[in-house]
Structures are given as C-alpha cells and as structure tokens.
Ligand binder design. Structure first.
Ligand SMILES: Nc1ncnc2c1ncn2[C@@H]1O[C@H](COP(=O)(O)OP(=O)(O)OP(=O)(O)O)[C@@H](O)[C@H]1O
Ligand SMILES: [Mg+2]
Length: 286
C-alpha cells in the first residue's frame, strides 16, 4: 500500500467515525463469560429504545456476533463506490464481523497481530457505515492485539464495559481489564456481572453457581460502577443459539429487565438520552 492509499483509507475511516456518536467497547479478562451475549443484548436494547446501533465484532479468531444476531450465511451488500455495507440484522441494527467475509465458518483464521490490525482497520475504513447513535465493539477475551488495535484506531472511545462472572478466578482477570482500560484512557462505564446465580425453576431457590460478591468487591476496590448482575438463564443460551434477541422475546424475564436497566444507565451516563431515543420501547417490532 503506498502513502496515497494510506491517506485515503485514513480519510475513509475519519468519515465513518464522524458518523458514529458513541463508541463502546465490551471487554473481559476471561473467555466465555458472556461478552458477545452482552454486546448483542445491549445493542438490541438500545435499538428498542429508538437508537441506531452498530456492532463491530473484533473477535477475529472466534467471531460469534453473526450467530447471535441471526445473520449467519447472509452476504455483504455493496453501496456506492462498491464499498461493502454492514449487514442489517434487524431494522436499525448493523453488524460487521469477519464471519460474513469467510467462505466456511469452520475454517480457522490463522493470523498474527499485524494481519488482525489490518482487518480491523479495514472494518473501520473500507466498510461504509451508516450514521449511528452507538457502536458496540465486541472484543475477544484479554488485553491483547484486538482490543488494543481497535481502541488505538478509534482514537476516542466513549466507554468500556467489563464483563465478568462472579468467581474470584474471573475477577482476577477482570481487574487487569479495568487497568487496561484506564491506561488507554477509556472511561469505564461499569462492570456487568454475568451468570450471577441461578433460580431453580422447580423449587425457586437461588443457587450461586459461580459464587457471589466478586463484582461488588472489585467495584469498590477500583471505584467502578456495578451496572447490573444478570442471572443464569437457559433462555439466554437458546435465544443466542437461535440468533434471537433475548431482551425482546423474553422481555418479562429478570435477565431482560436487568439488561434494559443497564442500557438505560449507559445511555444516561453518556448523556443526551432524550435526544437519541424516542421512548419507543414496547412499540418496536423485530
Ligand atoms: N446469563 C447467562 N445465562 C446463561 N447462559 C449464558 C449467560 N450469558 C451467556 N451465556 C452463554 O454462555 C456462552 C458464552 O457466552 P458468550 O459467547 O457471549 O461469551 P464470550 O465472553 O463472548 O466468549 P468468548 O470469550 O469466547 O468471546 C454462550 O453459550 C451464552 O449463551
Ligand atoms: Mg465472544
């Protein structure tokens, strides 16, 4: 790539970034704690409030946003100048993931840091993003190449959300993610404790499978907000596997109610919630 191409790509990226009001990264120290599920459900929750939302999946080796939003197998479409557009999972929800750019979803992506950085750069420059209220960036676990690259490329990130399960071993890593966010000057919107207890459907007793209290302690130690505690719910697993929005189809369940409260807190702390939303929750049909 010559210098002119580099400058042109930088201009395309800047033009895209100008169209996005708030950029939020979702991170965790450990794998499998529910980041992608959180990213997807918060995105749907914002959409249900009347916002226009993008999800950028920067998990290059293990992308799951295509599955979670039900866009698996959908092909990219091209806009003016033949630039690819994000896939519209539902009205006002736009998704970009490497999963829609590879032929066989079982093929592994065997790339080192610089190639991943290039792919993320292209997601932000080559893709023609629409005007968005929120861009949610779903990261792979840890503090490696992908979160670092995307935060550097975005220049200004409005906030990070750190997801953890309640046990000490998960918070050991979550604490590193808190420091990572601070070192990169990304304000921490808060921690979401996921898989926080399971209510037995037969007897109603709450069982803390992964213990409890880890989030409260970490939030106190680091002076970070606890955004909410989402229980274990088999409907979260099913809706994820079927590419359905849990917060929409199960909107009466405790987990969905908590998700919606979390999204409201985030909108409020980022400011001008009323400007973005038209309080249309309940009227939107997916
Ligand atoms: N609150 C919950 N209750 C029950 N299952 C959940 C909950 N949250 C997430 N899951 C399930 O846990 C699994 C892992 O979730 P997810 O893929 O979102 O984690 P992740 O942190 O993004 O993983 P990775 O680190 O691999 O990117 C999924 O099957 C998902 O449906
Ligand atoms: Mg994930």
């Amino acid at each position: 790539m010559n210098n002119n191409d580099k400058e042109f790509n930088e201009l395309l990226k800047e033009e895209n970034l100008r169209k996005i009001k708030y950029k939020i990264v979702v991170m965790s120290g450990k794998g499998g704690v529910g980041k992608s599920t959180v990213s997807t459900n918060l995105a749907y929750s914002f959409v249900l409030s009347g916002a226009k939302v993008g999800i950028l999946d920067v998990d290059i080796h293990g992308p799951s946003i295509a599955k979670l939003t039900g866009i698996e197998g959908k092909e990219l479409t091209f806009g003016v100048n033949q630039r690819p557009k994000p896939i519209e999972a539902t009205k006002n929800l736009f998704v970009v993931t490497i999963a829609s750019m590879i032929e066989n979803s079982d093929d592994p992506i065997i790339w080192r840091g610089p190639m991943k950085m290039n792919a993320i750069k292209q997601f932000l420059s080559d893709i023609e993003w629409p005007k968005l209220d929120y861009l949610i960036i779903d990261c792979p676990p840890g503090t490696g190449d992908e979160p670092l690259s995307v935060i550097q490329l975005l220049k200004k990130v409005d906030g990070s959300i750190i997801v953890s399960t309640p046990q000490d071993i998960a918070f050991l890593d979550a604490r590193k993610t808190i420091n990572f966010s601070r070192q990169l000057n990304v304000p921490i919107l808060g921690i979401i404790e996921n898989m926080a207890g399971f209510v037995c459907p037969k007897c109603g007793e709450k069982i803390n499978i992964f213990k409890s209290g880890g989030a409260e302690k970490a939030c106190k130690d680091f002076n970070v907000k606890l955004l909410g505690q989402i229980p274990i719910d088999t409907d979260i697993v099913d809706s994820g596997d079927n590419g359905k929005a849990y917060v929409y189809y199960y909107n009466q369940k405790e987990g969905a109610i908590i998700y919606n409260k979390i999204s409201e807190q985030i909108m409020n702390s980022l400011g001008d919630r009323n400007e973005i939303t038209n309080n249309s929750r309940g009227q939107y049909k997916i």
